[in-house]
Design a protein around this ligand. Structure first.
Ligand code: ADP
Ligand code: AMP
Length: 221
């Protein structure tokens, strides 16, 4: 590994394109993609106690409690593939999680969050994005019926597994998730702005354009 580890946090409402962009950025920058939502969904599939606990909150669009979420991410960041850093997608989502992340990075590598791209998108677009989202069973690769369709309908281009619609992408749950985002996560925008690490990205363009803007913003860091 050369240079100090790079930890980048993608902020933005549900449906902004964080998962899509985190995966691409991870490949471009050679960093692990750490998605708290994907980790919870893995626990649900593996029928662990954490999965059972998380599912109750996820199905109704609420946040999983800080304590268990923080412990899960702390374990994930200790894994070998995060030694060079990571693109964090969906974590932190509360001020307590942001504070815990700072401490984890100090403990792990004496480092700080390097940059926080805030992916901005009009609220009216979010429901359209999420109601057309299809996710792959095996690895959580993400598609959209209109904006990013798979080559073979219903099948993941990358691993061939079946695509499904997330239970929490139903319109009523999406609206609840947006409310929760505005109440609990949106304050992190000012938190990171004050620390001088926030960079605003227009998320309302085609996927390759948003990627280019992100790469430019991270190179300028
Ligand atoms: P998040 O992780 O922020 O919730 P996703 O990356 O899962 O968002 O994207 C939500 C949906 O929008 C997915 O169906 C994805 O294919 C689609 N999408 C992502 N980025 C764009 C974009 N720039 N333009 C149109 N659709 C997009
Ligand atoms: P996501 O895949 O990021 O859209 O997250 C899906 C759901 O997982 C959220 O609506 C929450 O219920 C839960 N979740 C994901 N990340 C977190 C987090 N950092 N804190 C609490 N709950 C989370």
């Amino acid at each position: 590994m050369t240079g100090s580890p790079r930890f980048i946090v993608l902020l933005g409402p549900p449906g902004a394109g964080k998962g899509t962009q985190a995966r691409l950025l991870g490949e471009i920058l050679g960093l692990a993609h750490v998605s708290s939502g994907d980790l919870f969904r893995e626990h649900i599939r593996a029928r662990t106690d954490l999965g059972r606990l998380a599912q109750g909150y996820m199905d109704c669009g609420q946040l999983v409690p800080d304590e268990v979420t923080i412990a899960m991410i702390r374990n994930r960041l200790k894994q070998e593939d995060c030694r060079a850093g990571a693109i964090l997608d969906g974590f932190p989502r509360t001020p307590a999680q942001a504070q815990a992340l700072d401490q984890m990075l100090v403990d792990q590598c004496g480092c700080k969050v390097e940059r926080v791209p805030y992916v901005k998108i009009p609220e009216s677009t979010l429901v359209e994005r999420l109601s057309g989202r299809w996710t792959c069973q095996q690895n959580g690769h993400v598609y959209h019926l209109r904006f990013n369709p798979p080559i073979v309908p219903g099948k993941c281009d990358l691993d061939g597994s079946a695509l499904y619609q997330r239970e929490d992408d139903r319109e009523d749950t999406v609206r609840q998730r947006i409310r929760v985002y505005l109440e609990q996560t949106a304050p992190l925008v000012e938190h990171y702005r004050q620390r001088g690490v926030l960079v605003e990205i227009d998320g309302d363009g085609p996927i390759p354009e948003v990627s280019e803007a992100l790469v430019r913003a991270l190179q300028a860091a």
